[in-house]
Design a protein around this ligand. Structure first.
Ligand code: PPE
Length: 310
């Protein structure tokens, strides 16, 4: 269950958690008109630090632009500063930050343009996305009967609330059948992504991940893995991945802000490799967690410290 924090940021000021309510006839409720982000703040020896803050803010502004939300009303710098302030105001250490840009209350009807745009930013403590043991043990997943967003329907590069109706179908079906998560194929039948994660497949020491044209969200953790693989000298290609690659892979793993780097130990009840976390996922986890927890140097400037250096 969600544990409330003290404050939520709304259009430039802090309001109480319980005050952050919207009218039921707000445009977003009927028509799904929101874009949002999910960002993690990690605990480091130098205090809390937000992971890839600029990149998340940029993707949110990109998402808003795709949906013609021109007047988000705040610059990227202002939004980034608001998130740092929010973590400070709520006296949080490690937490998850959820900025949401939504079309609010005013008119009813598909045309969204006359409704105000509201920006909210909340944060709270969020633990392991796919269960306590997931990072070390891996998870059991299925290939979904639902297809990911087809090109030229809902834009996959936008992180829009409405996209998550498709994610919910994938997730609920997986849970109903006893899996932790579902992997969706794209409209051409190639591997796309999980309901809330990007996916990577390893065979013969080389990592494959679906390209941005395969209906995936351009994940910021995905991008971090591309960088870390290069740093570690692990070959990686962005390429079309046929479904059956999942079954014959040595390793498969998810990436995401919430899921971080989660190994997959079986797909459709077929064990992946040795049926547990593999060496490539483990190496990437070590590097990733080393950086975000402040144990290894932040060589790519991925962390924004919440408190000014003493
Ligand atoms: N694909 C989808 C569909 C997705 O929702 C996410 C993030 C990713 C890929 C990975 O992107 P990134 O976080 O930038 O590495 N999913 C977010 C939502 C989770 C939720 O249940 O809410 C997240 O991980 O924060």
């Amino acid at each position: 269950m969600l544990t409330p924090t003290e404050k939520i940021w709304h259009n430039g000021r802090f309001i109480r958690w319980d005050e952050a309510t919207i009218h039921v006839l707000s445009h977003v409720v009927s028509y799904g008109s929101s874009v949002f982000e999910g960002i993690r703040c990690y605990s480091t020896p130098a205090g809390p630090a937000i992971f890839r803050l600029r990149e998340h803010v940029r993707r949110m502004i990109d998402s808003a632009k795709i949906y013609r939300m021109e007047n988000v009303g705040f610059t990227a710098d202002r939004l980034a500063e608001a998130m740092l302030e929010l973590v400070r105001v709520n006296k949080m250490d490690a937490c998850y930050i959820r900025p949401i840009v939504l079309r609010g209350y005013g008119e009813v009807g598909v045309n969204p343009l006359k409704n105000p745009i509201d920006v909210y930013i909340a944060c709270w403590e969020w633990g392991q996305y796919l269960g306590e043991e997931a990072l070390a043990e891996g998870v059991d997943v299925c290939v979904s009967s639902w297809t990911r967003l087809a090109p030229n329907t809902l834009p996959a590069l936008a992180k829009a609330g409405a996209n998550y109706m498709n994610s919910q179908l994938i997730k609920m079906e997986a849970l109903a059948n006893g899996y932790s998560e579902g992997i969706a194929l794209d409209a051409a039948g190639y591997v796309s992504e999980g309901s809330g994660e990007n996916i990577f497949v390893v065979r013969d020491g080389k990592i494959h991940t679906p390209p941005v044209g395969a209906s995936v969200l351009p994940g910021i953790t995905r991008d971090a893995i591309l960088t870390l693989a290069r740093d570690l000298g692990i070959p990686l290609v962005e390429t079309i991945v046929p479904r059956e690659m999942l079954y014959i892979a040595d390793e498969v793993f998810f990436s995401g802000t919430a899921a971080e780097i989660t190994p997959i130990r079986s797909v459709d009840r077929i064990p992946v490799g040795k049926g547990r976390r593999g060496p490539v996922a483990e190496k990437l986890q070590k590097e990733f967690f080393g950086i975000v927890n402040g144990a290894k140097p932040d060589r790519h400037s991925w962390l924004s410290p919440v408190h000014a250096a003493a």
